[in-house]
Design a protein around this ligand. Sequence first.
Ligand SMILES: NC(=O)c1ccc[n+]([C@@H]2O[C@H](COP(=O)([O-])OP(=O)(O)OC[C@H]3O[C@@H](n4cnc5c(N)ncnc54)[C@H](O)[C@@H]3O)[C@@H](O)[C@H]2O)c1
Ligand SMILES: O=P(O)(O)OC[C@H](O)CO
Length: 333
Amino acid sequence: MRIAVMGAGSWGTALAQVACANGHEVRLWARRDEVARAINRDRRNPGYLRDVELGAGIEATSDLAHALDGAEALLVVTPSKVMRAMAREVAPLVRPDLPVALCFKGIEEGTGRLPAEVFAAELGSPERIAVLSGPNHAEEVAIGIPAATVIACASAHVASFLQDALGSGAFRVYASDDVPGVELCAASKNVIAIAVGASYGSGCGDNTAAMLITRGMAEMSRLVSKAGGDPLTCMGLAGAGDLIATCMSQHSRNRRFGERLVEGMTPDRFSAETGMVVEGALAARNFEVLERRYGVDLPITRVVRDLVWGDATIAGVRRQLLERSFKAEFYGL
Ligand SMILES: NC(=O)c1ccc[n+]([C@@H]2O[C@H](COP(=O)([O-])OP(=O)(O)OC[C@H]3O[C@@H](n4cnc5c(N)ncnc54)[C@H](O)[C@@H]3O)[C@@H](O)[C@H]2O)c1
Ligand SMILES: O=P(O)(O)OC[C@H](O)CO
């Protein structure tokens, strides 16, 4: 079948490879025409995963209507900050029953809306909108190193269709119906990875990282359960799995950005240097609206927000976190 992939960054390129390896005809939409032309000419993405030779079944294009023409599934892999704009661009071009998998990680700025809500509002037919998330560094998935992911969708039929379309021996795809749970885990794990990066960058050790990962999972679970998701999702691939991969991997941009906070690194400077997005920085800020909406305590997220966007110092947030009163391990759940 033909699959449209929207976004030719690292993850869009890797997912195009996954779909191509499964025998699908892939149309990969790149924002810039010179990128699309370079991919078609060189069989390599000039900006991302440059060492990976792209399959012959991938055609890149900067024409969104062409990318979507005849598509039987759409994977949206553009950065979260443009989710609403992307939804509006694709809305007039897709049929009402086209399965759409949202593969970016984040929540909407200002509203705190989750990706599937935003796309459902713009495209209609919410039951065909799925989210894909898991411990999936593009650098590894693109070359077939074994990994697993979750596709969550209100429709078991659409989840199963996407599972068959993308799943393989190298890329195991599990199904779920917990759309908000998977989306919140995806956005939250990036924030915790920044905290872990900052802890390593400021000289802390593996015990500190394990504390932040585990307590990060506790705050993720509090948020998921208050927002109507299943806290068990936090123990799965989209939660614990992705949290571990992102916090411990050298591939992780969020962790690397966190390591450099001690030297005053900012999200804009990091993205300008690497050409890559740091979704956790935006998520830390965007979670504030959900903290207020659900009255949920997210202490690690709060200190990451203060470090990245406020004038907090590492020494200050360290005190702020460690000098809180002692609590029951699973308070708020
Ligand atoms: N890289 C990974 O390993 C990975 C894995 C799973 C999920 N994700 C998620 O996928 C999403 C995309 O990340 P990525 O790693 O593919 O990106 P990237 O950081 O590799 O590259 C950024 C991409 O965003 C595009 N872009 C920048 N501004 C844009 C705009 N205004 N409109 C449209 N496109 C724009 C750039 O052209 C480029 O293609 C993120 O939400 C990320 O969290 C990434
Ligand atoms: O490189 P990061 O930190 O954006 O993480 C990439 C993926 O989300 C890992 O699953």
